[in-house]
Write a protein that binds this ligand. Structure first.
Ligand code: NAD
Ligand code: TDX
Length: 331
């Protein structure tokens, strides 16, 4: 199969490419990536000669048309992905997440190519901190930030192109990922690299907000399961029952680093900060028989810390600029 992976030089996309070439010896992958601040060609080092990187934007109509025409499947990861950046400047979020997804949908429509759209649980807004309620495929959309609203809009475009034009697409909405190659702007890599540098972790507000953590390899195994066995037109929620408060995550990291459990700072909260995300992935588990492999979050964090220790040359170039950006917003 010839697979076009958009955003394949980013965190989840790069992991998807490595996993795909490892597990699918006859597939060929073309990565279309604009190599923004979040994309890094070295994340694809070692993926081998069945992977080709094309530097370009998913908003480039002729380029997208040519690459889609050559493909049997498009897996669409490319996005502006960081909430804090979307609060500082929403412009690229509208361009990439909405116009870019529209550009891809028009191309897969023209060439009748199977499409899988990667999205987020943040499209559903947030849940109260207390209680057992979880997101399901029928939870109403209620996004909070420019990031999540542009992702929600992109999901709705996909649904409309399925219904109106018969595009063969599936959608997945996944919870918070962690693992190798995640940019140092994101919560876990930011705190891990701070701790490596001897800097105290930074918790937004009281740190009580809850995220539902999943290892990136489990996310990507679920994506493959949906591509292979999912029903066209369906939405699947991906999650691995990994709820933890930000405070719990920071304390676990402090323990892994052998530091005092209170050795962190509270900093200014994120405006509009979603309280809690939690996924009910029963459709994926019962209909498609998917199960996660990384069920011990503490062990997953340990392995991730080890990866960042071993790959300092990968993250170091982005660290100072990322912290300078945060310093401007006191976060
Ligand atoms: P990331 O920011 O690490 O990577 C995004 C990639 O897209 C980068 O390589 C970047 O260069 C590329 N890109 C950005 N704009 C582009 C454009 N116009 N054209 C081509 N490429 C472009 O993001 P990520 O965390 O790997 O997220 C990937 C996808 O998964 C996104 O769609 C995101 O919404 C979704 N998602 C992420 C998480 C998470 O926890 N990180 C959870 C659920 C869903
Ligand atoms: O320094 C920090 N301190 C802190 O307390 C940072 C960077 C974050 N946080 C908090 C904010 C969130 O409650 O940690 C939590 C996780 O923050 P992020 O890593 O920015 O993730 P989040 O905003 O939850 O969104 C992530 O998951 C869903 C991804 O970035 C999105 O792309 C995905 O859609």
């Amino acid at each position: 199969m010839r697979i076009l992976v958009t955003g394949g030089a980013g965190f989840i996309g790069a992991n998807f490419v490595h996993q795909t070439v490892r597990e699918r010896p006859s597939d060929e992958v073309t990565v279309l990536d604009a190599l923004t601040y979040a994309g890094d060609r070295t994340s694809l080092d070692g993926a081998g000669d069945r992977v080709r990187l094309v530097e370009g934007s998913i908003t480039d109509v002729p380029l997208v048309d040519r690459l889609v025409a050559e493909s049997d499947l498009v897996v669409h990861f490319a996005a502006e992905s960081h909430n804090d950046n979307s609060l500082a400047d929403p412009t690229p979020f509208v361009q990439t997440n909405l116009v870019g997804t529209f550009t891809l949908l028009e191309a897969v429509r023209r060439h009748d190519v199977r499409f899988h759209h990667i999205s987020t649980d943040e499209v559903y807004g947030d849940l109260p901190l207390e209680g057992a309620e979880r997101f399901t495929p029928s939870t109403p959309y209620n996004p909070s930030s420019p990031y999540s609203s542009t992702k929600a809009g992109s999901d709705l475009l996909v649904r409309a192109w399925v219904r109106s034009f018969g595009v063969r697409a599936t959608i997945s909405n996944c919870s918070n990922n962690y693992g190798p190659y995640q940019h140092v702007e994101k919560f876990i890599p930011r705190q891990v690299t701070n701790l490596i540098d001897g800097v105290r972790p930074r918790l937004y507000g009281a740190g009580l907000n809850v995220r539902d953590w999943i290892h990136v390899e489990d996310h990507n195994s679920a994506v493959w399961r949906i591509i292979e066995r999912g029903r066209v037109g369906e939405t699947y929620l991906i999650g691995a029952d990994g709820e933890a408060s930000n405070l719990e995550v920071v304390r676990t990291l402090l323990e892994i680093f052998g530091r005092d459990r209170d050795d962190f700072d509270h900093v200014a909260d994120r405006p509009g900060h979603d309280l809690r995300y939690a996924i009910d992935a029963s459709r994926l588990r019962t209909e498609l028989g998917w199960t996660p492999r990384f069920t011990d979050f503490r062990e997953g964090l340990r392995a991730t810390v080890a990866w960042y220790r071993d790959h300092e040359s990968w993250w170091r170039p982005a660290k100072a600029a990322t912290e300078a950006r945060y310093a401007r917003t006191s976060q």
